[in-house]
Design a protein around this ligand. Structure first.
Ligand code: DQA
Length: 148
């Protein structure tokens, strides 16, 4: 079965409690539960990983490739705007990655407008709240199936 990694970056474990006016009330557990339903519908298997540490996210990208994942849905959170290491990891594994943000990073502070990681992803979804994870997964599955 096609395997897809879902990787979440720093502070996303706080979803549902953190800046709810920006990120909403949905928790990461609820997002993962919804993604499991979508995965069952699409006949793919998911692995979930969240870390507040840049190097652990770099490792998770490499692990996804080593474990035979066919692609990654990733919210690098604040590391989106700073991490050359995560960008290089994505580029290095040559897996299709869709970057997702709950908020519309392009409509927020200027420092959030730049994504270090988006140029090495196949696409980015931003501003659709927690539902964005579902659209990212569906888009990635369609992309992977179109290549097989
Ligand atoms: C975020 C946007 C980032 O700028 C921010 O640092 C986050 C969450 C989002 O999902 O909207 O932590 O990635």
């Amino acid at each position: 079965m096609v395997k897809i990694a879902v990787i979440n970056g720093p502070n996303l474990q706080l979803l549902g409690r953190r800046k709810v006016e920006v990120y909403g009330h949905v928790t990461l557990d609820t997002i993962e539960a919804r993604l499991r339903e979508v995965a069952a519908e699409c006949d793919v298997e998911l692995t979930f990983f969240q870390s507040n540490h840049e190097g652990s996210i770099v490792d998770a990208v490499a692990d996804a490739a080593a474990e035979g994942c066919a692609g990654i849905v990733m919210n690098p959170a604040a590391y989106t705007h700073t991490s050359i290491a995560i960008r290089d990891a994505i580029e290095g594994v040559r897996l299709p990655v869709i970057e997702i943000h709950l908020s519309n990073i392009h409509a927020r502070e200027e420092f959030r407008h730049k994504s270090m990681t988006a140029p090495v992803c196949i696409g980015q979804i931003a501003g659709l709240g927690a539902d964005g994870y579902e659209w990212a997964l569906r888009a990635l599955v369609r992309h992977i199936k179109s290549k097989n």
